[in-house]
Design a binder for this molecule. Structure first.
Ligand code: SIN
Length: 521
C-alpha cells in the first residue's frame, strides 16, 4: 500500500496523541503508528507519580531552579525557561479544560498536589497512582472521537529520505529531508510505503536495553535508531536515569514503586531497619535527586551484601486519603506479590527508567533533518540536562506536542506528488530465512546484561570499553541475521536495540566528565 498524509506520528503515548489531536484539529490529515496491538500500550500508560502543573504561590523561577539542580546545570537554559514558563498552565488548558481529565482531589474537593524528590514545592497533580493510564485512556478516547487514523500492530522500519531512497539522482544534491516511513504490517508481513510532509517521532525511550527496568518491553528506542540511520544528530545519550525504587520480586518484574511514596513520607531502610539515606545525602535524605538516591541504594546493597533494600511507607504515611486508595495500583500489585504496603516495608531495587538523551530537537521539536520532528522521551532538547527532575516527562511530552504541532501548522507546505513517485516500495531480500526465536531471546539477554553491568548506575572506563567491543560483536551478528531474516517486529526491535546500545556506550566513553546519571568511577 502507498498512502500520503500531511503528518505521520510514530508512537501513541502522551506526546504522540497530544500532537495528533492538535494537528487533526488544525485541519491536517494525521496517521498515528504503533507497533502494539493496543494503542494504550506505551510508557505513558505505566506512569504513576504525576505531572507538574500550575499552582498558586509556586513560580516558574522556583521550578527552573529545581530542574537545574537535578540536571547538574547541564541543561539547555532556553528549554528549561520555555518549559517552566509555558508548561504548567497547559495541564489546565489542555488536559483539564479540553480533554476533561479529573485529577485527584482532597476531601475538600481541591486539587491534591503531591511531592516528589528534589522539588521545592508540592506542585504535582496525579490521579491516585494511575496518572499515566488516566491520561492515556482520556487521550485515546478524544483521538477516536475526532477521527484520528491509527495504524496499530504496525512497526515503523525506516524513515524514508530523499537522499537514501529516491530513484531521482537529482535528490542527492538537495538538502536531506524526510518524506515518510516504511511500515511493516505485523499481521500480514506486508511493508507499506506511507508518505507525509512531516514525520513526528514520539516513540519513547530505551529502558528495555537494560536487564532491570521500569519500562515495558516495547521500549527499544526504535525512533532514535531510525533517526540515527537517517543521519539525525543524537545528543546526551550517556544520560540514562535509574529510578531508585522498582519492586524487587521473583515473579513481578518491571513494576515501579513511585517516588511519590517518598513524597508522602516513605523512608528507605536497609535490611537492619536503618535509614541509610542520612549517610549518603544528609540534607535532602530520601528526597535527594534520583541519581543520588539510586547510587546510594546501590552502594548500600554493596556495603551490606543485600540484593535489595526496603521502602517503608506503612510507618510514615500521614495523608488524608487512605494509603490503599492513594496508592491503589502499588497496593494491589505488591499484595499480589505477598507484600501488604499498609503493614510491611516494600523490597526495592533501582532500575533503568528514563532516557535523558536522544534525537537532538529544538524548541519547536525540529531535528537536524528537514521535516523530521522528535518529541517526548525519544527527543533531547536539553531540558533534563544530566539528570531529569521527577514528574517533568509527562509535561515535556504535552508541551512539545503543542510546540511541534503549532510549528507544523504554521509552516505547512506540501511536498510535490511527483517527488513521492520517485520513492520505490520496500525491497524484500530475494531469499528469506526463518529464524529460531531462541536466538533472538539470547541476543536480547546479551545486550541487556552488557548494558546493566557496564553502562549502568556506576560505570568505569574499562567496563565501557568491554561493552563497546561486546556490542560490536553482537551488532555484526544481528546485522548479518537481519539481512536475510523474514522481517518481523521482534527482529526490527532487536536491530534498533543494538544500534542504540552502541550509541549509548560510545557517548559514555566520550564523556569523561562524571556527572548526573552518567557516573564514572
Ligand atoms: C514516579 O512516579 O516515581 C515516576 C515519576 C517520573 O518518572 O517522573
Amino acid at each position: 500500500m502507498r498512502k500520503k498524509f500531511d503528518v505521520i506520528v510514530i508512537g501513541s503515548g502522551i506526546s504522540g496523541l497530544s500532537a495528533a489531536i492538535h494537528l487533526q484539529e488544525s485541519g491536517l490529515t494525521v496517521a498515528v503508528i504503533t507497533k502494539e496491538k493496543e494503542i494504550s500500550e506505551t510508557n505513558t500508560n505505566y506512569a504513576q507519580g504525576g505531572i507538574i502543573a500550575w499552582k498558586k504561590g509556586d513560580s516558574s523561577e522556583k521550578l527552573k531552579k529545581d530542574i537545574f539542580t537535578a540536571g547538574c546545570n547541564y541543561n539547555n537554559i532556553e528549554a528549561v525557561n520555555l518549559f517552566a514558563e509555558k508548561g504548567p498552565e497547559l495541564v489546565f488548558d489542555f488536559f483539564i479544560d479540553k480533554i476533561g481529565i479529573d485529577f485527584s482531589t482532597t476531601t475538600e474537593g481541591k486539587l491534591d498536589y503531591t511531592e516528589e524528590a528534589a522539588h521545592s514545592n508540592r506542585r504535582i497533580l496525579h490521579f491516585a497512582d494511575h496518572t499515566g493510564d488516566k491520561i492515556e485512556s482520556s487521550l485515546i478516547e478524544y483521538s477516536q472521537k475526532i477521527g484520528i487514523e491509527f495504524y496499530c500492530d504496525h512497526t515503523a522500519i525506516d524513515l524514508i529520505t530523499n537522499e537514501h531512497h529516491s530513484e531521482d539522482i537529482q535528490e542527492l544534491y538537495n538538502d536531506r529531508e524526510v518524506m515518510g516511513v516504511y511500515v511493516l504490517n505485523n499481521e500480514t508481513g506486508d511493508v507499506n510505503t506511507l508518505f507525509s510532509d512531516k514525520v513526528i517521532l514520539a516513540s519513547g525511550g530505551i529502558g528495555n536495553l537494560y536487564q532491570h527496568t521500569t519500562n515495558p518491553s516495547l521500549a527499544s528506542g526504535d525512533g532514535m535508531s531510525m533517526a540515527y540511520r537517517a543521519g539525525a544528530e543524537i545528543i546526551n545519550a550517556e544520560f540514562i536515569q535509574f529510578h531508585p525504587t522498582s519492586f524487587f520480586h521473583k515473579d513481578i518484574k518491571r513494576f515501579l514503586i513511585s517516588e511519590s511514596l517518598r513524597g508522602e513520607g516513605a523512608k528507605l531502610i536497609n535490611l537492619e531497619g536503618e535509614n541509610f539515606m542520612e549517610c549518603y545525602a544528609p540534607e535532602l535524605k530520601d528526597l535527594a535527586p534520583r541519581d543520588v538516591v539510586a547510587r546510594a541504594i546501590y552502594a548500600e546493597m554493596g556495603r551490606t551484601g543485600s540484593e535489595y533494600m526496603l521502602l517503608d511507607i506503612a510507618s510514615h504515611y500521614q495523608g488524608e486519603i487512605p494509603l490503599k486508595n492513594r496508592f491503589s495500583k502499588i497496593y494491589e500489585t505488591c499484595l499480589s506479590g505477598g507484600i501488604d504496603i499498609t503493614k510491611q516495608p516494600i523490597p526495592i531495587v533501582p532500575a533503568a527508567h528514563y532516557f535523558c538523551g536522544g534525537v537532538k530537537a529544538d524548541l519547536a521539536g525540529r531535528t537536524s533533518i528537514n521535516n523530521l520532528y522528535a518529541i517526548g522521551e525519544v527527543s533531547c532538547t536539553g531540558l533534563h540536562g544530566a539528570n531529569r527532575l521527577a514528574s517533568t516527562s509527562l509535561l515535556e511530552g504535552l508541551l512539545w506536542a503543542k510546540l511541534s504541532a503549532d510549528d507544523i501548522t504554521k509552516h505547512h507546505s506540501s511536498i510535490r506528488d511527483s517527488r513521492f513517485d520517485t520513492i520505490p516500495d520496500w525491497k524484500k531480500p530475494d531469499q528469506v530465512d526463518d529464524f529460531d526465536p531462541l536466538l533472538l531471546v539470547q541476543d536480547w539477554k546479551a545486550i541487556q546484561m552488557t548494558m546493566w553491568n557496564y553502562a549502568g548506575i556506576i560505570r568505569t572506563k574499562k567496563g565501557l570499553e568491554r561493552a563497546k567491543s561486546d556490542l560490536e560483536y553482537y551488532s555484526h551478528r544481528i546485522f548479518k541475521f537481519y539481512e536475510k531474516a523474514r522481517l518481523d517486529r521482534e527482529m526490527i526491535s532487536l536491530r534498533n536495540a543494538v544500534v542504540n546500545a552502541s550509541i549509548i556506550v560510545r557517548s559514555a566513553l566520550q564523556n569523561s566528565n562524571s556527572i548526573g546519571c552518567h557516573f564514572v568511577k
